[in-house]
Design a protein around this ligand. Structure first.
Ligand code: HEC
Length: 148
């Protein structure tokens, strides 16, 4: 007896499995050597979906996730820091953007602020030069205020 439905289901499962295996097997690139905190956080936790350049990764494409374009200055200007903090901490679901996961359990406030600085630097066109240019990224440690 032939069961076309079962065959189709089987093929979909098989293709899905291959996609998952590929996505797991291929490692993300490491951050550039002198990356600041925000950039390191981004490479570790955000690159999977948002891609190195912030325009969305091939992984996201593979799973039909649409993370949008973090280099879009107009879009990023419209997002306040408070909004981004909420989004990254609790995920997009409460804000009507269910595709974006929350990082409350993985990132502390300092890391979240740093990664926001890094994400903002993407839409300012100061992308990962890795050269530590002053002011190129928003995630540097605050400069010590002179005593007087
Ligand atoms: C599992 C995939 C995934 C991961 C991992 C992920 N994101 Fe997202 N992100 C999304 C998706 C999907 C959206 C778009 C949600 C929408 O528009 O519905 C998004 C949206 C965003 C936005 C735009 C929000 C807006 O309203 O303009 C920012 C900023 C963002 N993510 C930052 C981050 C940061 C920072 C990290 C790492 C700490 C991260 N994302 C990790 C999937 C992901």
């Amino acid at each position: 007896m032939r069961r076309p439905g079962l065959m189709l289901f089987g093929s979909i499962v098989a293709i899905g499995l291959v996609a998952v295996l590929v996505a797991i097997a291929v490692e993300n690139p490491p951050p550039p050597p002198r990356a600041g905190l925000g950039e390191r956080v981004y490479y570790r936790y955000c690159v999977d979906c948002h891609g190195q350049d912030g325009r969305g990764s091939w992984r996201a494409l593979l799973f039909v996730i649409r993370p949008g374009d973090l280099t879009d200055a107009a879009r990023m200007r419209a997002d306040s820091d408070d909004y981004l903090r909420l989004l990254i901490k609790h995920g997009g679901a409460p804000l009507g953007k269910p595709g974006m996961p929350g990082f409350e359990l993985t990132l502390d406030d300092r890391q979240i602020d740093a990664v926001i600085g890094y994400v903002r630097s993407m839409s300012r066109g100061a992308l990962p030069a890795g050269d530590g240019a002053v002011g190129a990224r928003g995630d540097r440690e605050p400069r010590a205020v002179p005593a007087r």
